[in-house]
Ligand binder design. Sequence first.
Ligand code: FMN
Length: 165
Amino acid sequence: MLQVVFRSQLTKLLSYTDIQKLCLISARNNRKAGVTGFMVECGGVFLTVIEGETREAEETFNRIRHDSRHDHMEIVYSENGLERRRFGAWSMNLMFLDDDTFWQTVFGSGFSCDELLSSRALEPAFALGLLAMAYQYACAQAKIAPHPTGVRPGRIPRIGHMFRR
Ligand SMILES: Cc1cc2nc3c(=O)[nH]c(=O)nc-3n(C[C@H](O)[C@H](O)[C@H](O)COP(=O)(O)O)c2cc1C
């Protein structure tokens, strides 16, 4: 399986509702393709992870790459030959990171959205760590197992489970 982690920036700001709709459409597409994923957003910058069988994940990524609603796309990390999904709970879900509380609670005071918004290349370990922490947090809030064992991974999120802090 292939995992791709990428950062990108909205070309124009979207409302919370528009971002939630984008997430729902993504989740529905991904579910059909057996792709799972998660994304965090802050100030119009997205950090997204998608996972799936190589062909499906590549197809999905190529579609996302050509979406004119975002640019400055940077692949932060990719791994082929993944044995099991690390973000398998939802076909796609989203967490807004626009409140410092998340950063303070989960990471201590050393980090903030600034890291994500910075023009410097994002450290893969930081990006994966951030996604993993946000994902664990979201799963706990939604009372959903982070590593589902069912035949079809990746459920469609409820709007109420797209976390706005
Ligand atoms: C940050 C970001 C992440 C996205 N993630 C996905 C995704 O995981 N799956 C997906 O199908 N579309 C995703 N999209 C939306 C696609 O770019 C595209 O709009 C959508 O798949 C519909 O494509 P179509 O108009 O060619 O059918 C994402 C868009 C953005 C901006």
